[in-house]
Design a binder for this molecule. Sequence first.
Ligand SMILES: C[S@@+](CC[C@H](N)C(=O)[O-])C[C@H]1O[C@@H](n2cnc3c(N)ncnc32)[C@H](O)[C@@H]1O
Length: 393
Amino acid sequence: MLSNHFERLSAVLKRYCALWQYVPFAHSTPPWLHTYRELGDALFALPPASLNLLLNNDDQAENWIAPFLPDLVALQDDWLSTPAPVTNALPFWLTNGIKGRKLSQITAFTAQLPSSPNHWLEWCAGKGHLGRAALFGPVHQVSSIEWQQSLCESGQRLAERHHCQQNFIHADVLQDDVSNYVHQQCGVMALHACGQLHMQLLFMAKQQKVPAVLVCPCCYHLIRDEQYTGMSQLAQQQQLTLSKLDLKLPLQQIVTTGARGQRLRDTELLWRLSFSHYVSLLTEKQVYTPLPNFAKSLLTHSYEDFCRWACAEKSIPFDASLLLDSLALGETQRQGLARMELVRQRFRKPLEYWLILDRALFLQEAGYQVDVMRFCDFSITPRNLLIKAHLAN
Ligand SMILES: C[S@@+](CC[C@H](N)C(=O)[O-])C[C@H]1O[C@@H](n2cnc3c(N)ncnc32)[C@H](O)[C@@H]1O
């Protein structure tokens, strides 16, 4: 039962909140060290190479932490349903202009569409690729709602070119009254609609008693309020307080970008941290100095070049004598952060499951029959959890 899994997740997330509900950046050592001594000893005994390996491999990291937090690792995902297999490919002319991974997401998503109803509303549609693809499955008519006028226009042109029964509605789903479009004759679907956007859809689906719902959430932290309020009654009883920062955790998985990508990411973090120490050494004030985005080609130069650029950016003097010390301090901090993240990241999946189950339970409490599934592989998108629900009679 979904509610049993949810309660188990709640208990573990609350029990270990000290291990994940904090800002690693604000600490030089993990704030939980005194409470979890054995875990801390093992964490700090890890040689840098092993640490790096574990940070890049979730399965190995889970095995490593299991002796210290067995009840965390025992949380299974056997409550997930099996998705319907992807059988039919889309006609090639329809897929022009849809990038590879997005296309795989769309074909996997549309394979989960039920045989009824045959009219669907596509929420936060972009150019409506998903909606058009759905018309090559069991769906006869799609309305696609999107707030960017230019995307609506492009999508409508594509629909007309391909003779698709798809109409675009230009609206802001958080500001405009769109309740007319969410109704009892129409299923609703959303692929990668951010926090408040998909939550709004679920609230409206319940209110308007829509017959079927297919939602793949993303960006849980993009919500209106500073703190998360559980959607389901069960979540509201759990007393698990989640800030926007907590809600970002599920999105912080390291997506493998190859050895070069990983090297650049590591260098960027090291140099950003080191430059902040440079400023502290220069000004004798301990504050973190953030830097704006920059061309990644800068990372293939030297730390000195990076510092010169950063000094110009912040209008502060360049002092070559601070380079070595700031780099050493940056490296120490980077290692510390990596160790904290190795533990914190183990709560990423449980927290995402908690959030998705909250949505699923919200629908269940409203009379829907609900399945949650991993509709495509993690390598296609890390946000690969799909809620599939239909209103039980
Ligand atoms: C992450 S994209 C997903 C697009 C599409 N579903 C896909 O998977 O390719 C989110 C879409 O939501 C739209 N959007 C953002 N805020 C919105 C709002 N308040 N009302 C309607 N659409 C919105 C954006 O313009 C964007 O096209």
